[in-house]
Every structure is written in C-alpha cells, then in structure tokens.
Design a protein around this ligand. Structure first.
Ligand SMILES: [Fe+2]
Length: 295
C-alpha cells in the first residue's frame, strides 16, 4: 500500500490531528495488499454481525443496496455508480482529514471525501484518525438514504456559512455533526438503534452506546446539542436520539445565525450533563432494546 501524504499536525478543536494534502486522489485500488483486504474483511464481518439488531434498518438496508461486501475493499468507482443513481452523491478519494472549509465545500456539492488507506492489522480495534473503514463502512451507506443525503448536504452548506461567521459558530455546528452524523442514535419502532458512523465502525462503542448504563441517551434538541461539549478520547458520555431523519431535516432548515448569536452568550455544557428539560431514554431492555420514554 502507498503511504498517505501527511502534511503536518495541527491543533484543532478535535485535538491534535494530522492534516493531509487536500487534493482529490484516485483510489489506488490495485495497490491494496492481501493484508489490506483482509483487514477490511475482518472488520466488515465483525461489525455486520454486531450491527444486526443494533444499527438502524436504514443503515443495514443501504449498505446491502450499495453492494458492499466483506470479500474485498470496494472500488469507489463501482460504489459511485450506485450512489449517483440513488441520491446524486459521489465519493472522492482523499489522503485523510481535510481542513474544515474544504470538507464543507465537498459536502455542499454532494461529494463525500473517503480516506483511501486502511488501518494496519494491529489497529483493528482502535485507530485515532479516520481511515477507509470508518469512512466507507461507517459514513457512506446512509448517503443512499434520500433524507440523510439531503441532511449531509445541508450540513455542508451550513458549514461554509458558519466558517464565514467565525470560530464560535463553527464549534456549535461541529457539535451537531458530532452528535448526529458521528454518534447519533435513532428511535425505531422496536427500540433505539445506531446510525452514527463513529459508532457503527467501532465494536466497543456499538455495544456501549446501547447496552451500558453509563452514558446518557437524550432526545434530540438542536440548541442543546450545539451547547454540549464532547469527548474525542473515550466513548461518549451522551448520545442524542432522533425520532426520524425528517427531524434532522426540519431542525436544519432554519437559518442558524440567530442561534449562534444566542449561544455565544451562554455557557456550554460538559459532555455528561443531564438537564431537567432533557428527555432521557433508559437503556434498551430485552431483545428489541425498547426505549420506554422518560425516566
Ligand atoms: Fe467520521
């Protein structure tokens, strides 16, 4: 496998992260080694098994519809044929995390950047930065869902705008991405399910977020989320639960500018805070992980 071209490390609100060359790169598919394909297979099989009954139906259906399989690392060009037909999104290969404005601009134009390289076998359980498995297995399936696809584009447009407003607005908006796209839970008829990519691509967090008594599971509330800090170095202390993807679309329709202005005068909440006004879901009980409303 080729080496990604890491440019430098940069201190950001997500901690110290590597920044890569920002250009779009052709997926060097022929260069993936047998070990790379095997890492994909191992992770894919393990997560799929774990996610049946835990991930949202939409996620699992979309992943199958895309034609992803454990057999080999998928080719972006093949996935793109399916994805373009379904929702007009396309995958582009990148070296790794992008500067925020580049990232927002891609999303606003229905391009999803996917890291082309995959982690090493000794990183199967944990890797500190997004790799191909996180991006492709975790993020891409829901781009097949028309509502979620629209939400992602709206987020990109909102990002471009927030970038123009200032760093505090960006902090607020990034929390929305974190608590929905990366670590969101959704309420299905038969209980709470996962749709966030940071969860579906992690074995430990897939179990923790639904089955542990430690984290809070709180009903989605836009401003509450924008005020809530998050952890990057451990499992989340709080997950926000949406009722449907329509809820995300509705919540992101208004102009956030007055919200940013209001939040600028308010304290943020530590990650594990529970407020009296929160709708708290209990841990899933029994087979369906039924959430039984307020506790
Ligand atoms: Fe991600």
């Amino acid at each position: 496998m080729n080496q990604p071209r890491r440019v430098e490390n940069l201190q950001t609100d997500k901690g110290r992260v590597p920044v890569y060359a920002t250009g779009i790169v052709e997926q060097p598919w022929a260069d993936y080694s047998a070990v790379d394909h095997d890492v994909w297979r191992q992770l894919y099989e393990r997560q799929r098994q774990l996610l049946v009954g835990r991930a949202s139906d939409e996620f699992l259906v979309a992943q199958d519809a895309m034609g992803m399989s454990p057999d080999r690392i998928p080719k972006f060009s093949e996935l793109n044929r399916v994805l373009r037909d379904a929702t007009g999104w396309e995958l582009i290969g990148v070296e790794g995390l992008l500067p925020e404005l580049d990232f927002f601009d891609h999303l606003a134009n229905r391009r999803f950047p996917v890291t082309w390289w995959i982690r090493r076998p000794d990183q199967v359980d944990y890797i500190e930065e997004p790799d191909l498995f996180h991006d492709l297995f975790g993020h891409v399936p829901l781009l097949m869902n028309p509502l979620f696809a629209d939400y992602m584009q709206a987020y990109g447009r909102g990002g471009v705008k927030a970038h123009g407003i200032g760093p505090e607005a960006l902090v607020n908006l990034t929390r929305l991405y974190w608590y929905t796209v990366e670590f969101g839970l959704i309420r299905q008829q038969d209980g709470l399910r996962i749709y966030g990519s940071g969860i579906v691509s992690s074995k430990g967090e897939s179990i923790h977020c639904l089955e542990s008594t430690a984290p809070n599971r709180i009903g989605f509330d836009l401003e509450r989320i924008m005020r809530t800090r998050y952890r990057i170095d451990s499992y989340q202390k709080t997950y926000f639960v949406i009722d449907s993807f329509e809820q995300l679309i509705d919540a992101t329709e208004p102009d956030f500018t007055p919200i940013y202005a209001r939040l600028a005068t308010q304290e943020s909440y530590p990650a594990g805070t529970v407020l009296e006004s929160d709708r708290v879901y209990s841990r899933g009980t029994g087979e369906g992980w039924a959430s039984d409303g307020d506790v």
